[in-house]
Design a protein around this ligand. Structure first.
Ligand code: URA
Length: 238
């Protein structure tokens, strides 16, 4: 038995917090009856209806996309721009796990498995997100240590990560830095560099957990196999 709001989120219908709002608003039925109690426990034999939609068990699918620049990380866009979902050939209702900026490239997971998506996004599960940033200027040891120990963004310190310099190009005065973090706040990497006085010129996410985009051209994707999905679940349950 699981809590109703968790089950709704796991179906991928919406976040757990929004599910709670829907329950309180009387928009959720269990076996035909409106349920407004947040703690209500349900299991797989129960029929759950949210805003008139019956939640059905569906086949889970998982894609790893090498996101190109100039594509929005969203399911739909009100300005009619191309979205990451448009790049995937599937009839399933998938959505991106977390987000990459319009101009950021690299590893992005898309799935209809709400449970795994939520687990991967939760910072407490400490999933590695490895970024490679090209920044203006020379990044020294001191800056790398500051980035790794956490910087203050909007009054909150980012959690511990890892940072190392891969290259410095004297001619263009740019550094290539690898930054490994576990959080995924909006524009986090760009804001982390900004906090120490550097501008990010280019950003790519190289890896999420053990999944990297080596061998995938920009815009290409692979379908995760059951072994990889199991390994991802093992990573979040460590
Ligand atoms: N951090 C950013 O600043 N942008 C991204 O797209 C991802 C992480």
């Amino acid at each position: 038995m699981e809590r109703l709001q968790k089950v709704i989120a796991n179906f991928g219908y919406t976040s757990r917090r929004k599910a709670e709002e829907l329950i309180l608003a009387g928009k959720v039925k269990v076996n035909g009856e409106v349920v407004k109690e947040l703690g209500t426990k349900v299991d797989s034999s129960d029929t759950i209806e949210v805003e008139g939609h019956v939640l059905e068990n569906k086949e889970k699918v998982y894609f790893l996309l090498n996101k190109p620049r100039g594509v929005i990380t969203s399911v739909t866009d009100d300005k009619d721009r191309k979205t990451v979902v448009d790049l995937i050939n599937t009839d399933k209702r998938i959505y991106p796990v977390g987000r990459l900026d319009y101009d950021t490239t690299g590893a992005l997971l898309l799935t209809n498995d709400g449970e795994l998506a939520n687990l991967l996004m939760h910072p407490k599960n400490e999933i590695d997100k490895v970024y490679v940033a090209k920044v203006k200027g020379l990044i020294g040891k001191k800056e790398l240590t500051t980035l790794a120990n956490g910087v203050i963004i909007d009054g909150i310190k980012t959690s511990k990560g890892k940072a190392r310099i891969l290259k410095y190009d004297k001619k263009s005065d740019t550094s290539i830095v690898e930054l490994t973090i576990h959080e995924g706040k909006n524009h986090q990497v760009k804001n982390m560099f900004k906090a120490i006085g550097y501008d990010v010129l280019k950003l790519k996410r190289e890896r999420i957990a053990f999944l990297d985009v080596k061998g995938l051209n920009s815009g290409e994707y692979t379908i995760l196999n059951p072994k990889e999905v199991k390994k991802l679940y093992n990573e979040v349950k460590k």
